[in-house]
Design a binder for this molecule. Structure first.
Ligand SMILES: Cc1ncc(COP(=O)(O)O)c(C=O)c1O
Length: 399
């Protein structure tokens, strides 16, 4: 660190040089992120409230009441306006809180949680931190196989986890069937709708026949949903909702020293941004359900266009028809790792999974970005075909 400050102009110059190495959403090359460019209005509201620390809620009674409104509005989207919960830093914190609360409420000595091998890796972190045994059901068909759940249940099972909008392909686990099992065995469900929560309900509003996944299903105890993904809120903005208040009480701690005189909210973080609550509240009110329906439909239209374009390329295999704005594909001629590396060399940020490459068609992407990507993909596959043919020719000449 310098002894003396170096002056604002120097700092800003240095920042613009250094940060030019960052990828940005406007480039149209980020096809692998579940986050997006935050809505401009939410961004401006956020930056006006940077000083607010909701970790001391008694200081921020106004912000606290906005948090209550956010939970009610999100609860409405998830079919339970009376749900209780908190705005948190994102899907990981929300998932950890849901498991923490289930563990404390169950009071079992050796608690076990049943989940799919495709569940988000935050559950591994939660299992490790909370001393939970994770009973993993292999999911080779890209979603949880509900027929294997009953065999996995023991007297120590405290929770089942279902995902609405899987990380790898944006599919929905059979949460309806899980809810029936829940009724039979009295084992509650946590739904990770970190990604799907801000798109599935709005697609359903428009006639899509996606299955139920939320509090409408009796077995669902808690839901994770992230405004900083399809909700288009600034990072960090997550939420965890519980069907009953009691679930939240099991993880609430008294903090005696807080200046505002109220006890802490029962989230994992202490000091945390009230600005995130204020901006989510503003954004939910600005967008309304119609605003999110419009965004959901526009992302889906673009996803369907991309799906058709991919399906039309010789040598491209699309893994499954997209249910939401996530698409998986691979090449029948190139290894996944080679294709991923070559697209990355062309500046694309795409997620690589063992069976496919994943594209997430977020609101920052446009039709011309999709066309630019398709052109690049065709070029990469074409070059590879020529080079593999050249190698074959050379080999046959050598023979
Ligand atoms: C299904 C799912 N759950 C949880 C998370 C974790 O969310 P976060 O990165 O906000 O902690 C993700 C992240 O992509 C996800 O896809």
């Amino acid at each position: 660190m310098n002894v003396k400050g170096i002056g604002r102009r120097n700092i800003l110059n240095s920042l613009s040089r250094r940060l030019s190495e960052d990828l940005n959403f406007k480039s149209g090359k980020i096809f692998g992120s579940m986050c997006t460019e935050p809505h401009n209005f939410a961004r401006s509201v956020y930056s006006a409230h940077l000083e607010k620390n909701i970790g001391d809620p008694g200081l921020l009674r106004g912000t606290l009441s906005l948090e209550g409104d956010c939970i009610r509005m999100i609860g409405t989207i998830l079919s339970h306006p009376k749900a209780t919960g908190h705005m948190v830093s994102g899907g990981t914190e929300a998932n950890v809180m849901a498991l923490w609360s289930a563990r404390n409420e169950s009071r079992k000595e050796k608690p076990e949680v049943i989940l799919s091998s495709l569940a988000h890796h935050s559950f591994k972190k939660a299992g490790d931190m909370l001393g939970l045994r994770l009973v993993v059901i292999p999911s080779d068909k890209h979603r949880l196989d509900a027929s294997k759940i009953t065999n996995a249940i023991t007297s120590n099972t405290i929770l089942m986890i279902g995902t609405a909008g899987t990380t790898d392909l944006g599919l929905i686990d059979p949460i309806q069937e899980m809810s029936e099992i829940s009724g039979r065995f009295q084992i509650p469900i946590h739904v990770d709708a970190s990604f799907g929560g801000f798109i599935i309900p709005f697609l359903k509003d428009h006639g899509s026949d996606l299955p139920d996944f939320d509090f409408r299903l009796k077995g669902v105890r808690s839901i994770t949903i992230d405004p900083h993904k399809m909700g288009m809120a600034p990072i960090p903005s997550g939420a965890v909702l519980f069907r009953n208040r009691r679930a939240l009480d099991t993880i609430s701690y008294d903090t005696v020293y807080l200046a505002g005189g109220l006890k802490s909210r029962g989230t994992i973080l202490g000091t945390s941004p009230g600005a995130s609550i204020v901006s989510v509240w503003s954004l939910l009110n600005l967008m309304g359900q119609e605003g999110y329906q419009k965004t959901a439909r526009s992302c889906m239209r673009l996803t369907e266009h991309l799906y058709q374009r991919l399906a039309g390329i010789d040598g491209v295999v699309v893994i499954s028809k997209p249910e939401m704005n996530v698409l998986g594909f691979r090449s029948s001629r190139m290894k996944i790792s080679d294709l991923s590396r070559q697209l990355r060399n062309k500046g694309y940020a795409i997620s690589t999974f063992p069976t496919h490459l994943r594209l997430v068609i977020m609101p920052h992407l446009t039709r011309s970005h999709v066309e630019m990507f398709i052109e690049t993909l065709i070029e990469v596959l074409g070059k590879n075909r020529h080079s593999s043919r050249a190698i074959k020719d050379r080999r046959s000449k050598a023979v």
